[in-house]
Design a protein around this ligand. Structure first.
Ligand SMILES: C[S@@+](CC[C@H](N)C(=O)[O-])C[C@H]1O[C@@H](n2cnc3c(N)ncnc32)[C@H](O)[C@@H]1O
Length: 197
């Protein structure tokens, strides 16, 4: 391969294929997302954990776009049998790893490519669906990894820029089991529980 093509390929891999990961890693290393651990986010995490722990006691949980793992850290560990916190950012996942134990794992994974090695009772997409192609596309991808009777829990915040995501959620063809809107100091979040298709 010529020097030109090697350089072009290298540039493509670094700047195009890894663009999202690099951008998130940069933001995490700059401390941009530490506010997700603030009390203002607690109501959202509490509703999600409440649904998961009540509907799927001792369940196997997959979280997609988990960041540093604040949601997992707010779960009662005695109430799940497996928890995978996954995120495209290796900086975020590295920070979460101190919370690992025999049933809690932090994994670097791109939601648009990830193929889990097991199935789950509950799959959570918490303020991260915006990085999928569409609501239906990401649910279709992970529906395969949901056991019969399993649930999705999806949080979409009320920022007006997310109107399209709310519309996609309203129109999506998965059975909707419940929906809660949380209005906290900094933001409003709509949390939807959906069944397997
Ligand atoms: C707004 S943050 C939310 C983090 C966490 N869920 C929370 O609520 O604290 C969005 C997260 O999505 C992750 N993300 C972005 N694109 C992704 C992708 N393609 N696959 C997996 N995670 C992704 C980012 O790295 C970031 O951690």
């Amino acid at each position: 391969m010529s020097q030109f093509f090697q350089t072009a390929e290298d540039l493509f891999k670094r700047k195009v294929l890894r663009q999202d990961r690099d951008r998130w890693n940069y933001q995490y290393s700059q401390g941009k997302w530490t506010t997700l651990g603030d009390i203002n986010e607690l109501a959202r995490f509490s509703v999600i954990a409440g649904y998961a722990q009540y509907l799927k006691p001792n369940g196997k949980i997959l979280e997609i776009g988990a960041g540093e793992g604040y949601l997992q850290q707010r779960f009662d560990k005695t109430k799940y049998s497996l928890y995978y916190s996954t995120d495209v950012s290796d900086v975020a996942i590295e920070r979460g790893k101190k919370n690992e134990d025999e049933k809690t794992k932090y994994l670097v994974a791109d939601m648009n490519l990830y193929e889990p090695d097991t199935t789950f009772d509950c799959i959570i997409i918490n303020e991260a669906i915006y990085y999928a192609k569409s609501v239906e596309a990401v649910l279709d991808r992970f529906n395969l990894y949901l056991v019969e009777g399993g649930i999705f829990i999806v949080s979409i915040n009320g920022d007006e820029r997310n109107a399209n995501w709310h519309r996609m959620m309203d129109q999506c063809t998965y059975p909707k089991l419940d929906k809660t809107t949380v209005s906290a100091t900094r933001n409003t979040f709509t949390i939807t529980v959906l069944g397997k298709k």
